[in-house]
Design a binder for this molecule. Structure first.
Ligand code: NAD
Length: 264
């Protein structure tokens, strides 16, 4: 991907540490020549994100909590002042109370349902609206989703409902922003052991299940998600929008457990 992103500037939201999917995407974009800005959520993550940003020569655009509109405004004011325009935005943000990422969906509380939807779904529209105002024609917006949006996965519960709404948001935003050639897509990533994923019940079992039953017989890495993200963020995908692209070793194509899968 050398040179693929040369001359492009973008902001990546959702780096928590070096295991974050957002970090895999950031490294791929930097390697391909993009100029980057990262944000962090709160002081605790600031000290993790700052050294990672400096590894890539990326700008730190400040604190951004998507439940705090003023913090989003501040980030976009910073980007506009620094660069004028941006070419891409990566949304790699989700949250739900881990108490509800186990057991039955029917027990979801109203409070956690609303909070999960606000942070994991509404934030994409909130960020896309702000990004659109400073985005060059032909820009690209990318979010991260999971197969639990399409089919019931154990323990995913309210997050599966949120991802379904996120994928629908991708399609609505693709229409809204398409007039200026701005594209909105999602990557549906296979399970990866990150901070967010550690909140999901039986996650090790889910990883093993994917390894044994995906066509490629393995899970995916954040670097591999980053490589696929380059296609959706660059001009290679100039005619692609409203798409949910699976980067999951082909797991979503399989209808039944592999006959040669070992017991887990
Ligand atoms: P992660 O914990 O590294 O990243 C999650 C990020 O969300 C963190 O940086 C956190 O700061 C941010 N965040 C949470 N609440 C926020 C708020 N209120 N305001 C701003 N930021 C907030 O985990 P990850 O797995 O890299 O998650 C990134 C995205 O990828 C998420 O949307 C997740 O659902 C999605 N995804 C993950 C997997 C997986 O198996 N890890 C699979 C498919 C999709």
């Amino acid at each position: 991907g050398a040179g693929l992103m040369k001359g492009k500037r973008g902001v990546i939201l959702g780096v928590a540490n070096n295991r974050s999917i957002a970090w895999g995407i950031a490294k791929a974009c930097a390697d391909a020549g993009a100029e980057l800005a990262l944000t962090y959520q709160g002081e605790a993550l600031k000290k993790r994100v700052e050294p990672l940003a400096s590894e890539l020569g990326a700008h730190v655009a400040g604190h951004c909590d998507v439940t705090d509109p003023a913090s989003m405004d501040a980030v976009f004011a910073d980007l506009e002042e620094r660069w004028g325009k941006i070419d891409f935005l990566v949304h790699a943000i989700a949250f739900s109370d881990k108490e509800e990422l186990t057991g039955r969906f029917v027990n979801t509380t109203r409070e956690n349902f609303c909070r999960t939807m606000e942070i994991s779904v509404y934030s994409l529209a909130a960020l896309a609206r702000r990004a659109e105002a400073i985005m060059n024609d032909g820009g690209s917006i990318l979010t991260l989703t999971y197969y639990g949006a399409e089919k019931v996965m154990p323990h995913y519960n309210v997050m599966g409902v949120a991802k379904a709404a996120l994928e629908a948001s991708v399609r609505y935003l693709a229409v809204d922003l398409g007039g200026r050639g701005i594209r909105v897509n999602a990557i549906s990533a296979g399970p990866i052991k990150t901070l967010a994923a550690s909140g999901i019940g039986d996650f090790r079992y889910i990883l093993k299940w994917n390894e044994y039953n995906a066509p490629l017989k393995r899970t995916v890495t954040t670097d591999e998600v980053g490589a696929s993200a380059l296609y959706l963020l660059s001009d290679l995908s100039v005619a692609v929008t409203g798409e949910v692209h699976h980067v999951d070793s082909g797991y979503h194509t399989v209808g039944m457990k592999s006959v040669d899968a070992p017991d887990i």
